[in-house]
Design a protein around this ligand. Sequence first.
Ligand code: SF4
Length: 64
Amino acid sequence: MKRKEFLQTGLRLGILTGIVGGSIFLVRRNQIDYSCTAEGTCKSCSLYRRCDLDQAKETRANER
Ligand code: SF4
C-alpha cells in the first residue's frame, strides 16, 4: 500500500467513525426514559407534554 492510499483510507475511516459516533451521540441524547416514577402527578411531571404513556395521554385529554 502506498503512502497516499494509506492516508486516504485513514481519512475515510476517520470520517466514517465521526459520522457513526456523532449519530450515536445524537440518538442517545434525545432518548427519553418514559418509565413513570411519579404516579398520578402528570401535570407536575417534566415529561408531561411529550410523554407517550396512557396516563399522560388521558390527563391531557381531560384537560381540554
Ligand atoms: S407525564 Fe405522567 S405518566 Fe408520563 S412520566 Fe410523568 S407522571 Fe408518568
